[in-house]
Design a protein around this ligand. Structure first.
Ligand SMILES: [Zn+2]
Ligand SMILES: [Zn+2]
Length: 219
């Protein structure tokens, strides 16, 4: 039987956890060939190239996508609260309670950091960046961190925290895979806010509870 996307995806997750970059790269290359329109794999491969210093490979992959007219699918987190559907995209601006949500996000990030959270900007590659120096690097770093902190699932959790009673579990549906940074942030959030946070992403369910996730960090 030939392995499908789910099997290769799980193995890939394990490669990431155990930092087996070469095998991981090979798997992503296969996935990109098998599913040329699933941009998640392209983005992952381009990030892997960038992380291992193969910047020109990363750039040429991005160029390739652009030339083929393939756009990255935006990540959307969806919640059903008080009889209404609420949707969030990364850096969301249009939700009616967006100001309160960002205020909550500031508070949450501060509390997460106090509890040991360190934003993992290595999973966030911003295109157009390069090997600049000095101020550029600092700016790029800040930009990466800002983009990372406003991922759709973090915004959805903040909305859930301000619009439901203490202790209510939060259920979120995400159209793409949850990223590593959101995964570690939400583990901590489940503990400091004593909330169960359940996220159904493209691959599986994650039930965050008391600082741990039901996937045991394999996803
Ligand atoms: Zn994320
Ligand atoms: Zn998980």
């Amino acid at each position: 039987m030939r392995p499908n996307e789910v099997v290769l995806g799980s193995l890939l997750g394990a490669c990431k956890v155990h930092r087996m970059h070469e095998l991981g790269e090979r798997l992503v290359r296969d996935l990109v060939l098998m599913y040329p329109y699933n941009t998640e794999h392209h983005v992952l491969l381009s990030n892997m190239y960038a992380l291992s210093g193969k910047i020109d490979k990363a750039d040429s992959l991005r160029r390739d996508l652009r030339d083929k007219g393939i756009r990255k699918v935006p990540g959307i987190s969806t919640m059903y609260i008080n009889g209404k559907i609420h949707q969030f995209s990364a850096g969301e601006k249009s939700h009616p309670r967006i100001n309160e949500i960002y205020l909550m996000l500031d508070v949450m990030i501060r509390e997460l950091k106090l509890a040991g959270y360190v934003p993992d900007t290595t999973s966030q590659i911003i295109s157009g960046g390069g090997s600049g120096g000095g101020d550029d690097d600092t700016n790029e770093q800040e930009e990466k961190e800002r983009a990372l902190l406003s991922h759709s699932e973090k915004l959805a959790v903040c909305f859930g925290l301000i619009s439901t009673k203490a202790g209510t579990p939060l259920y979120i549906f995400k159209n793409l895979r949850i990223c590593q940074d959101c995964h570690s942030a939400l583990k901590i959030a489940s503990k400091i806010y004593s909330r169960e946070i359940v996220i159904r992403d493209r691959n599986r369910f994650h039930s965050f509870k008391n600082g741990l996730c039901s996937c045991s960090d394999y996803w």
